[in-house]
Design a protein around this ligand. Structure first.
Ligand code: SAM
Length: 286
């Protein structure tokens, strides 16, 4: 099957199968070989790797992945794409297509069946409407994985990478940085996709930490604190935490903890580093 990473071959396949794009599935297919090469290069895939691709579409990137990886498992939700994928990937014997919703499928089981429980690499041009649940789901479920190299909305990539004191800093930055080292590897304009999205895109690589950069006694409490702090980001941290339904801490307890940390009582969550959130979490456990 011809290389699909260009407009002509993509249109040919779409017409052959009378395929209609479904907006609800975030379908924007890649049609630029340079971007595909860049994603493959950034993900550092070798024949020793098992790759999980989320949302293969018509199989454009899947073909590239199949050429470079030992094995590819591609999870696609749209019924109409399954016969197309069987066609476009027919010459590869190292690709498994799974017709499922990535938010519902048991990824741990897939990793076990396809790679004997050894860490996989995730590579995808993600459906943008569910970027955050997909990435957080992968990390929080502790699926064995080495890295995630994904195309996301440009603003979301920036949010994952920034630190305190910037407007994009938030719960997603802290969560991603707790689990991985983020690095934006390419900015991708709308004309590299069919149809063109209304937003700019970026490829980001998240390299999983062997150990989290901070130690906390209760990971769940850490993330509850982070979410509560940014739910009301214009409020002081003390008010945001004491107002939160998900926490039962008093104003005095938070003030006491902040004093011990040597930070001002009027501080907002957006000024705290991951280390400080971890410290606060351990102090509030006492
Ligand atoms: N990988 C292809 C490419 O780069 O040309 C398509 C990328 S497109 C941005 C996102 C893909 O994810 C679509 O094929 C869409 O049908 C699929 N998708 C959307 N929601 C999904 C879900 N919940 N589970 C699995 N696949 C999903």
């Amino acid at each position: 099957m011809a290389n699909l990473g260009n407009p002509k071959n993509t249109i040919e396949i779409l017409q052959k199968y009378h395929f209609n794009f479904q907006k609800k599935f975030g379908q924007n297919f890649l049609i630029d070989t340079h971007v595909l090469d860049k994603i493959i290069e950034a993900s550092e895939i070798t024949k020793d790797d098992c790759v999980l691709e989320i949302g293969p579409g018509i199989g454009t990137m899947t073909q590239y992945l199949a050429e470079h990886a030992g094995k590819v498992v591609a999870v696609e939700i749209d019924d109409h794409l399954i016969p197309i994928l069987k066609d476009t990937l027919s010459s590869y014997d190292n690709v498994t297509i799974v017709h499922e919703d990535i938010l519902k499928v048991d990824i741990g089981r897939i990793v076990w069946e396809q790679n004997g429980g050894e860490p996989i690499k995730v590579v995808a041009n993600l459906p943008y409407y569910i970027t955050t649940p997909i990435i957080m789901g992968l990390f929080e479920s502790h699926v064995p994985l080495r890295s995630i190299t994904v195309m996301v909305q440009k603003e979301v990539a920036q949010r994952m990478q920034v630190g305190p004191g910037t407007k994009d800093y938030g719960a997603l930055s802290l969560a991603v940085q707790y689990y991985a080292k983020p690095q934006i590897v390419a900015n991708v304009p709308p004309n590299c996709f069919m149809p063109r999205p209304n937003v700019g895109s970026a490829v980001i690589r998240l390299l999983r930490h062997d150990e989290p950069p901070v130690q906390v006694r209760d990971e769940k409490l850490l993330f509850t604190l982070i979410r509560a702090a940014f739910n009301q980001r214009r409020k002081t941290l003390v008010n945001a935490l004491t107002n939160a339904q998900t926490l039962s801490v008093t104003k005095e307890e938070v003030l006491q903890a902040l004093k011990q940390m040597d930070v001002p009582a009027t501080i907002r969550g957006e000024a705290l580093t991951l280390e400080q959130f971890a410290q606060l979490s351990d102090l509030l456990m006492l």
